[in-house]
Design a protein around this ligand. Structure first.
Ligand code: FAD
Ligand code: NAP
Length: 333
């Protein structure tokens, strides 16, 4: 078997190889491949994956697309979306149809089948806010299986698919519940959205206005993987105790934090990394993005190993400086 290049299947643009690449064009293809391929690696858009070496495994790329309205009530529209549908295209479809719920998740790269993996989130909204259920297929048997929202154990950038079901199932389609315009409450809690709407003098924003503002903010802040190969936030924001925050404040007076509950807060990992001196720093062709230290950019590294090594230097330094262990968000193979 001739090894196949993974270069176009990961937004870090590392050129490792795998044994073979198969593509799904339908849900039936997915079942067939799940039955016949042993221990496959599943790839959607490759925007949350780091290959650190050549992999002696077969890759299945999820390509089957489609958006179907399955139920409508006065308030809600239920849609079933095939796993290979581009996430942002789905957001645009919702906006065109005047449906609310995912406008804050505009411009997140990747495909819909990967969205439950880390319960994608941005600007105060997470997938779980609109999620109903998904259908997946068991690797090995090809058996179909429906998991409801509570079965998916969604957490902050977490789900059962990153834990107990890792490498055991392939997500075939997801069902979401969107809200009709007149019944939808826009989520503007994330401060910068309101600031931007004020700048634009938008008094009564629409679903589309929120999406447009977020697209604008994201384009100005985040590196386009085509220009700066990256996989978004490399680490999750750590959740620490309020006691720990108090002790850190004696040294870092201006450390930002967001309340999770009475005893814990979320601290932006990007701030910790930036203040530790890593913003814009480069080693061996790998660096943090100049405007957001949480994003690791592959400038010229040939191997994903160099990216992983760079990330470990950051993790060690953050641990040493603040006593906080930051966890990877990106999926490493
Ligand atoms: P991949 O990278 O292809 O896969 C990710 C993981 O999911 C892998 O482990 C893969 O095996 C598994 N997987 C993929 N599809 C399936 C399937 N059908 N069944 C089973 N397993 C599957 N994420 C956020 O949450 N919020 C953001 O705001 C955000 N912004 C980003 C900005 C940039 C510039 C970039 C590059 C990334 C960003 N991300 C963000 C991360 C990423 O876009 C999301 O996690 C996205 O959902 C990944 O989709 P993908 O199709 O590219 O997944
Ligand atoms: P930002 O606005 O500079 O804020 C930095 C961090 O502070 C964010 O990560 C966010 O946590 C937290 N934060 C800010 N305001 C908050 C609020 N009102 N309530 C709760 N938490 C708040 O962040 P950014 O880097 O430009 O990203 C903007 C949004 O896009 C964030 O939601 C971020 O998660 C998302 N994003 C995600 C990725 C990814 O790959 N996962 C990549 C780019 C952007 P949260 O991350 O928990 O929201």
């Amino acid at each position: 078997m001739v090894p196949r290049s993974l270069l176009n299947l990961n937004t870090f643009r590392v050129d490792h190889s795998c044994r073979s690449i198969s593509y799904t064009n339908s849900s039936n293809d997915l079942v067939d491949l799940a039955k016949t391929i042993n221990k496959p690696i599943i790839v959607g858009g490759g925007s949350n994956i780091l290959f650190v070496d050549d992999v002696d495994r077969d890759v299945i790329v999820i390509n089957h697309e489609g958006i179907e309205v399955i139920k409508t009530t006065n308030k809600y529209v239920y849609i079933r979306v095939q796993a290979g549908t581009n996430w942002h295209q789905l957001v645009l479809w919702a906006i065109e149809n005047d449906l609310g719920g995912i406008e804050n998740l505009s411009l997140i790269p990747g495909k819909c089948g990967a969205a439950p993996m880390q319960n994608i989130g941005a600007y105060g909204v997470e997938l779980k806010n609109v999620f109903v259920e998904l259908e997946c297929v068991k690797i090995g048997t090809g058996e179909r299986w429906v998991l409801h929202k509570e079965d998916c154990l969604f957490g902050y950038r977490e789900s059962i698919f990153k834990g107990e079901l890792k490498d055991k199932v392939i997500i075939d389609n997801i069902t979401l519940k969107l809200t009709t315009n007149s019944n939808h409450t826009l989520n503007r809690d994330y401060g910068i959205i309101n600031d931007k709407l004020d700048d634009l003098k938008v008094k009564k924003p629409t679903i589309k206005d929120i999406s447009d503002v977020i697209i604008d903010i994201r384009k100005s802040k985040l590196p386009d993987p085509k220009e700066y190969p990256n996989a978004g936030s490399f680490f999750k924001n750590p959740i620490i105790s309020t006691v720990k925050l108090k002790s850190l404040k004696s040294t870092y007076k201006y450390i930002p934090s967001y309340v999770i509950d009475n005893d814990s807060v979320k601290v932006p990992a990007g701030w910790l990394i930036d203040k530790a001196g890593w913003k814009g720093k480069q080693i061996n062709g790998v660096g943090t993005y100049k405007h957001q230290a949480l994003v690791i950019v592959n400038h010229s590294a040939r191997s994903g190993k160099e990216i992983l090594e760079f990330s470990k230097l950051i993790q060690d330094d953050v641990l040493e400086k603040y006593g906080i262990k930051i966890e990877r968000e990106v999926n490493v193979y």
